[in-house]
Design a protein around this ligand. Sequence first.
Ligand code: CTP
Ligand code: MG
Length: 539
Amino acid sequence: MTSSQAAGAEEAREDAEVSTRKKTFTEVQTERSEQAERTVLIKCPQKLNEKKLLQYLSSHGNIKSHFFFENRGIHALIEFSEKNSIDSLQDAVGVPSAAEHHVVPFKSRLFTFTLKNPVSQAAGGTPVHLSPQFHIPVKDLIPKLCHADSISSQMYMLLNEYQLTEENIKLRYLACSLVRDFARAYFPDSTVKPFGSSVNTFGKLGCDVDMFLDFCDTQKHATKMKKGPFEMEYQMKRLPSERLATQKILSVIGDCLDNFGPGCIGIQKILNARCPLVKFSHQATGFQCDLSVSNSIAIKSSELLYIYGCLDPRVRALVFSVRCWARVHGLTNSVPGTWITNFSLTMMVMFFLQRRSPPIIPTLDQLKELADEKDKHVIGGYDCSFVTDLSKIKPTKNTETLDVLLGDFFEYFGNFDFRRNSLNLRKGKEVNKPESSPLYIWNPFEQDLNISKNVNQPQLEKFVAVARESAWILQNEDKTQQTIKKEPWGLAALLIPFGKSNASKTKNRMKGIGSETIRSLLDSLKLNSANSLQKAVGK
Ligand code: CTP
Ligand code: MG
């Protein structure tokens, strides 16, 4: 091999390394946000010639990627290679005529594409491929799961069906980017980014988009001011509290979306909540959105979960199964209440994985030890530092299967001493509860907060009861028998509400076992007595 060939090979290896290396949370956020800025969303006619649409759009610039999806009509997401292609497209696009409705002349990146002569213009096109934005219902998943060869593969199947797709992630970042356009009308330095399950690797198709408004430049300016012999600062409106500022900002942006945002409907301002937010439905993307103002600690917990989700494939598979199981049994709910939230449940799974021997994921304190200078973050007096480079975290030596982990998860929490102990993910230890909330999970960053404070005793008891029943089902099932009888087994058996089918089946099974045992006992007695009778008669 010549030296240039060797150098080429080395380069190729490095390229491969970069593409397989897991990106940091910030790298992903920056890349995706930038991608969203080069993207537009177009409502298309039902009958469409894909090639012609792309040809038309290509006159404004190179199209890097695109896909179609159904959301009360066909929509196309078009990602251009260059941002200025959007300016070119916007220049060429018309404004709706004011004949029927008076329009608000805000020029967004949402367009409607129509054919002047539908019959001839759509001709020659094959139906476009529609990328699914929702997962299949649990009842349709169950028969699929029954064809798997182990609980482990059932869990990966569920993960594959439910996890966010590449397309859905793009759509989520686009929704944030479109809201950002409105926020910039007031605050040119602001950005809108997703957090929570849209970005923490535990998002399921159909879940809400949590987004926050960030004024990143304000922080940069705050550090700038300190340098040099002079001080010059912006005159800004001063308010008695940060909370009041947040409420005022969210209130105007809520009004702006309500009055001028194309397809932003059902705006609800929930400004008195602990974390003030504006809820709305974004019709074009089909997302339910929760907009709040930058909450650095919530973003850090999204990053922490992102790291855990990337470390080992079993982590996400277990979380998705447990979340789905909890939803089926009414342990979680889409509306807030006294039940466990998906966020708390995810933290419970993380804690369980920290408690394995050897642990499957490290504790937060261990991640803090690996942090370098650039990972240092202190927010509101709390040290939120932890390593962000995934390659610095040693892979686990634990080789347990998901079959074992799922059963043990239910057993572990079915027997957990919730009366005395709390879950501390920073230390990866059960510690005495600092107060009497039924379920106490330490907020990993604000150590005096309980993330599951909302959970009441009956809800916790229900969780424990369903966990025990599930552990029992997994321990006592006979996969071969259940497969022959075409009964759901493994994870599938746990995704049927117990009240409806399983509980009665369990009881029947118990009854069955009981009556069979008694019958065989009776039979043997009869046999014995018949024998003895015969013997007696014979005598
Ligand atoms: N959060 C938090 N403390 C809480 C609740 C929420 O720090 N007590 C933060 C977490 O970072 C969480 C995010 O807010 O991920 C969004 O909250 P939520 O929407 O309730 O949870 P998700 O993780 O997004 O899960 P879901 O799929 O149910 O929306
Ligand atoms: Mg959420």
